[in-house]
Design a protein around this ligand. Sequence first.
Ligand code: FAE
Length: 551
Amino acid sequence: MSDKALHKSGSKGISRRGFIAGTSSILGAAALAGQITPAQARAAASTEAAAGPIDNGAHVPALVIGTGYGGSVAALRLAQAGVDVHMIEMGMAWDTPGSDGKIFCNTTTPDQRSYWLRTKTKQPLSNFLGFPIDKDIPRYTGILDAEDMGGIIVYQGRGVGGGSLVNGGMAVTPRRANFAAILPSVDAEEMYGTYYPRANAGLGVGLIDPAWFDTVDCYQFARVGRKHAQRSGFPFVFVPDVYDWDYMKQEAAGTVPKSAVAGEILYGNNHGKKSLQKTYLAQARATGRVTISPLHKVTSVSPAPGGGYTVVIEQIDTTGATTATKTVVAAKVFFAAGSVGTSKLLVRLKATGALPALNGEIGKGWGDNGNVMCGRANHMWDPTGKVQASIPCGGIDNWDAGGAFAEVAPLPTGIETYASFYLSITKNPHRAEFTYNAASGSVELNWQTAWKQPSIDMAKTIFDKINSKEGTIYRTDLFGLNKIWGDHLTYHPLGGAVLNKATDNYGRLHGYTGLYVIDGALIPGNTSVNPFVTITALAERNIEKIIATDL
Ligand code: FAE
């Protein structure tokens, strides 16, 4: 990946004044950015409040399952085309402060808001100095799901905004040369000429000021990462992000409430991150045509007797208990529940006879984007800083030679750890399949932990060399006792309903007119970089075609 490719983004910033809690202020944020007017924002907020959650027996023109990247793009573009849209989201709205006055809790002090229906945290870095660091929490519909799929823990965001609520915001357009391997049936010319720029603009992607980066305490960890990469002959590249970099400068200067600089990331970010709530979803709501039902989970979709689809939805409370079951009819249904959510639904619906005509590609082609984590122990003269901004801003590129792109990640513990920490994206060739287990009534994924070995080997092409050059060693205390590699997890689930296989070349599910997939499930297992810009750009491409031809 060249520096140029990584920098390629149409940036459209949002004023820091907009980063206030609450639905109406979220709408206000977009208004300040010039995306919608304050009057539109107020009208949309009151329309939505009046509309409330979806009613049992409702008939809707378009129903979107999930409010992540794919779902938000679909909702906005459909609404702009004059279609009323209802979005169903199993997670919470995340628009109301808790007793501490904050919507989201901090990474260092996880409480009930942190995890989806768990009684103990499941932190990606489970140990420190070999000691387990997970703690008991009340069971609650928290923001981060650590979903155990057998051979792999899949981390996902839960709530209005999906993964955008919990992710690092790294907004990377893959190198064009790698694109054919990602989505071979898609016209790259169109993607790079139209849809990637549209996605970058819609997401509000921007780049850190390199001069500021060079001086500020909170990126010392990344400067150490750059120095070590370059001394071993690897290019260090700045990576765009959806964080408001002007706000971050003010956080670092102590003039505004701290968010990234205070380590907020995995369990939500209270200020500077431009999550979908502040971009696509704010615009969608401002059309007055989009309503969202949080704490509602779709459990079934099947053809309705009079045309369209019958959708069964469970309303849940914050303990996860079902409080109502609703049945609605939708003319068109967009599956945007994320790679795992969409795949699990479709595999179950095919196997149980609700959608028997789905084809044999359903559930196939799932990959982990080659994610693997590791830490390195630096010398005492190479401290990484006790204050670390939680937003990564650079990476080490060894994709061509070694099959790995390593994000130089923060370890925002609040103390000096002398550790360098990395999340590598690698060219792992393994693909898994979701299947329905009739005996247990659950959908399973056949991923094996041992399938991470190619990822480890590829990451080692970078870190063995750096360790040898620097005279340093791997940390063995972050993922257990004497365990170097974080090979048990992914942040980047992709595939399960692959474009041009389970669907046509625009996400229309084979076998059923009016059913679409529009999220990360379309992408066959790897994007060579962090995935959400590609998910967004592909959704922009597909919805444009669907609106032009199917509505
Ligand atoms: P997603 O955003 O997951 O949205 C799906 C939504 O559907 C969720 O809100 C679900 O709660 C909801 N849902 C699921 N099932 C149902 C159901 N049955 N009924 C109703 N609602 C349902 O899908 N990517 C990057 O590009 N850069 C990063 O820096 C980055 N960092 C990450 C860090 C972490 C910790 C994590 C977990 C992910 C990160 N990602 C990153 C990945 C990125 O967030 C992910 O690829 C996208 O969010 C996937 O977008 P989708 O639209 O596919």
